[in-house]
Write a protein that binds this ligand. Structure first.
Ligand code: SF4
Length: 416
């Protein structure tokens, strides 16, 4: 069996999501993957030929205008990062296939975006990330490092430096892999994931899982949580116990003990299950809607029927309606019924500009509107999970004449 490094994070979170060979698989991230492929192709052109062409690459990968602009914006940060990182890659090679045996019958394979050997026992590699989240990559990176260390003959004085560049988040993270770390990672992978091929672990990876639609473990998880939240005691009592423990714990925390690890674990688990339950509810509504669309209204009782109602919404064409409205209303009264979206106005202005000028145009119109006092800021509460700032430590990259590239996070444009 071959396992791709890009599947390792899913594998470690829930082994059957990768190892179940009988399930029907559906790629749930197709659009983002296409933009990612285009950016990777342009990155290879930039590094090998010192130039890339957005329009040609976009045509090659079938990107529309919006996707091409997204890819071009990602390339802007990639260029800045590469300017800073190129000195650590004395002999850069792009899109390199790597492989290493994990056990007698399992082989790890992958494609490293950028790689440079550093003498006989060391190497540095880089992975461009184009996704919207800057998580779920640690095992993929460790997988590449393990392959490279194995290709070098697993030397005891080996050191593999991995750099993961988050193009949407505008920073990169450096991780150094020693032989001890890689051995321990390999042990964890083979004993806790490969040896648990049928152990389902529903969690935050489910929404992106390729076998999401048919997975019985995820369905059982959702049913258990919904049952226990609704106070039903049927089914496995572990769900009721979990909800009781969670509500009891959250009711009793205060500002002093809120950072206890158990509190963070409970919040993560609750939010993950809430997300899964919401997705399941959305699936149910979509199923009913699709059925009614297909067969027409369905009786739901003696006096009721479920149907798709067509709701008429009337909006005004601003250009045609203004002369009429001005005959009866003041400008202030008209503006009271209007809402202008800043992103839409920025996009409209940027559309008048040429390639390479669009980002500057958006910034320019926003600052003009700001100076005119036209931007109204309102605050809304939204729950969001973000990475805490990481501690930075300076450390030399072997083979680069002592130039420093420390472990931890760096933003291109600032000193590493
Ligand atoms: S849907 Fe969730 S539980 Fe099921 S295989 Fe995928 S990750 Fe595992």
């Amino acid at each position: 069996m071959k396992i791709r490094c890009s599947k390792l994070d899913a594998l470690m979170s829930c082994p059957p999501s990768v190892l179940d060979t009988t399930a029907v698989r559906i790629d749930r991230e197709e659009e983002a993957a296409t933009i990612g492929k285009a950016v990777h192709a342009m990155a290879a052109d930039l590094i090998e030929r010192q130039a890339y062409n957005v329009m040609e690459t976009a045509a090659m990968f079938g990107l529309d205008t919006e996707q091409s602009e997204e890819a071009a914006a990602l390339m802007l940060y990639l260029m800045r990062a590469w300017d800073e990182l190129r000195r650590y890659f004395p002999t850069p090679r792009t899109e390199c296939g790597v492989a290493a045996p994990l056990s007698a019958d399992v082989e790890l394979t992958g494609t490293v975006d950028l790689l440079s050997p550093l003498g006989e026992t060391k190497a540095v590699f880089c992975d461009w990330k184009t996704g919207r989240v800057d998580s779920n990559y640690q095992h993929q990176m460790a997988g590449y490092a393990y392959c490279l260390w194995t290709i070098l003959g697993q030397p005891e004085d080996g050191l593999i430096t991995g750099i993961v560049v988050f193009l949407r988040h505008h920073y990169y993270r450096v991780v150094k892999y020693t032989p001890a770390m890689l051995r321990s990672w390999h042990h964890d992978l083979t004993h806790n994931a490969l040896a648990a091929a049928t152990k389902f672990r529903p969690g935050r990876v489910c929404p992106n899982c390729e076998i999401y639609a048919s997975c019985q473990a995820r369905k059982a998880e959702v049913t258990g949580v919904v049952d226990s939240v609704l106070g039903r005691t049927t089914g496995d009592p572990k769900w009721t116990t979990f909800v009781d423990q969670a509500t009891g714990l959250l009711a009793n925390i205060d500002a002093d003990n809120k950072h206890e690890p158990a509190v963070g674990d409970i919040i993560t688990t609750l939010m993950t299950r809430a997300r899964l339950a919401k997705e399941a509810a959305d699936d149910v509504v979509a199923l009913v809607r699709d059925t009614i669309r297909r067969v027409g209204p369905i009786d739901t009782g003696e006096f009721t029927t479920m149907e798709l109602a067509t709701v008429t919404m009337k909006t005004l064409d601003p250009v045609k309606s203004l002369p009429v409205l001005r005959r009866h209303l003041s400008d202030a009264e008209i503006c009271g019924g209007m809402k202008l979206s800043l992103p839409q106005m920025q996009s409209a202005y940027a559309a008048k500009k040429g390639r390479g000028e669009k980002v500057a145009a958006k910034i320019q119109i926003e600052s003009e509107l700001d100076r005119a006092g036209a931007i109204v800021v309102s605050l809304h509460e939204r729950m969001t999970e973000r990475l805490k700032p990481q501690k930075k430590e300076g450390e030399d990259v072997p083979g680069t004449d002592g130039e420093e590239l420390g472990d931890g996070d760096h933003g291109a444009g600032e000193s590493a």
